[in-house]
Structure formats: structure tokens, C-alpha cells
Design a protein around this ligand. Sequence first.
Ligand code: FES
Length: 362
Amino acid sequence: RRISPLEGEMAGRPEGGAWRQPEDKSTRFFANGNFYTPDRKARFIAIRPAAQTRTNPDYPLVLNTGRVRDHWHTMTRTGKSPRLSQHMAEPFVEIHPADAQHYGIGDADIVRVSTAHGEVLVRALVTVRQRQGSVFVPMHWTDQSSARARVDALVAPTTDAISGQPASKNVAARIQRFAATAFGFAVLAERPASIDADYWSLASCPTGWRLEIALRSGRDWTGFAAALLGLEGETLAYHDIAGGHHRFARFAGSRLVGALYLAPTPVAVSRGWAVEQLGADHADRQARLAIVAGRPGGKSVDRGAIVCACFGVGANQIAEAVRGGCTSVAAIGSALHAGTNCGSCRAEIKTIIDGRRLQAAE
Ligand code: FES
């Protein structure tokens, strides 16, 4: 790619140009410990930071945007990988528990994040990993993959004069619970042509798509399901009108075309298990009823949310291994392989181990 004047200066090429290939093409840039300067040493370049955005009563939180481990930029490539999409399948905002409590936001609620520039709708992820007073929203989701989650809508359209980097950190923001009255989760063999929901997020999975939705007001759910799952084949449905729970599963022969779960609160169906049902055989009536129930039947195992994308290992499997005596990341790796490839899931594995230890101690 082309390099900016600053990068060029750092690389000993003030005129800019293209990144120079290492002479030994089998190595990475700078792998030999040398920079592209006459004396091979790096240069620190002093800069004067521009005035920083400060929070104010209207926008009392600091928003930072950034990446998640599984995706690159706007997912034009990584979004095509079902395995990478398993880990974080929808856009989210990380909120410290004290801030979540202050703003009346629960885990898995839908949240409106607003700045002076615009707003997004994303899922709440309440975690002590986030600093109190700050929130984090990832940068990867576009209008192709979610209803309204482009972080560029939140940040000022300014870039650094020298490096060209966008000002995508330290933005004054506020958060507000989105008053959804219905939440939904669906697995679909085909990508839907359109999605009639205030909030939605679509991710690829090995044999189709998984969809999260939230709506401010109810719908004719049978018509809604028909629009999403199609009209071909046989449909099984369950309705709890008073409780606001509706479930639909559509089959073409023994193949699951799609399943839709609706509830007045975030849907508690195992995503990993539901996704696997798209590729499974459902000739057996019990298997079909399990889809409508949204629960694995007797022989099926629910892996839980995928933690290790490299080996498809879920949180339930890790928790089970911890109960069985694996009390270190290395032990989990030996038992399940989780964490033994790219290693980017190790921190999350450790969090599960520590959480289990804490529970045991209490
Ligand atoms: S995600 Fe790569 S080793 Fe777990």
C-alpha cells in the first residue's frame, strides 16, 4: 500500500511511496530489528496533540471504538468466515456494571449510543473489563450486517493531518436503553431479503445465517415468521400469547429451513446448538419438536457460546472441564485443544476458570 509522509519519515523515506519489502521476503517487516533509516535506528517524532474532546452533561461518557479479535476492518473478508463470526456475532457496547446500573441497562439489552454526530443501536455487554465512565463499541459492523451499528456515524469526520488516521477515540457519548418490547433470534438456511426490525444483526454460520432482532412494538408474528422463513414446506409453531413467547420452525423434508424464537426479553436459546440444527437431519419428530422447544434433546450437547473459534470450543465445555479438574489454561488446552492455536481466546478461558473458582469459593 502507499505510505503517508509520516510513515515515510519513520521508514526513512520522507517522500512517501510504497512499503518496502524486506530484502529477505521470508521475514516480516522489521523482524531483523532494523528500521529503514541510515543508522537502522527508529526515530521518535514529537507531535503536539490537538485539543481533546471532553465529556459534558449531555454526553457524559467517553466512547472509544476499536477492534475485536476475530474481525478486520468492515468484515469484507472475515465476515465471510462462519468460524470467526461465531465468537462475537453482533455489534455491542461494553459498559462497566456501575454505569449500566446508573443508566438502567441490563446485560443483553439493546442500547442506543449517541454522540453529537449520530447514533447506533448495539447489544449491551456489561463487564468489569470496561473502565467506569467509558464505553467501547467495535468498528466492524456495517449496514450489510446490522440495522444501525456503523461507528463512523458516532465520530467526527476528522483525520490526523499527518498520518491520516481518523479521530475514532475519546468521543463524548451517552447511552440509553432501547425500549424493545420483543426480542428475537433466528437461524436461516438462506440470507433474508429484508428484515423488518428496529435492531437486527446478521452473521454467517456454517450452513446458513444467524439473526438477532429487537423491536419496539409487536407484529403479526405469524406473518413476520412467514416473511423471514418463507412459505414452502411444513411449519411447526408454539404460541404463549399471554407470555409473549412465539416459536416457529420450518422444514423442507427433513431439512430445517429456519427457526425463529421470539420473547419479551433477550431470547435464551443456545446459539451454538441452534446453528448446528441447520445442517442436521430432522426426519425424527422428536428432533423437530426439540427445535420448536429451543432446547437440545436428550442426546445432544449444548457447547454454549463459542470461546475458542479455532477449535469450536464453547463456554459450557470449558466450564465442564474446569469442574472436572482443569484449573489452568494449559490444562484446558490439553483436554479440549482450546487456546492451543492462535491463543487469542486464552484470556477468555482464564476468565471462565477464575469465575468457576470464585463460585466454588463462595
Ligand atoms: S481462538 Fe484460536 S486458539 Fe482459541
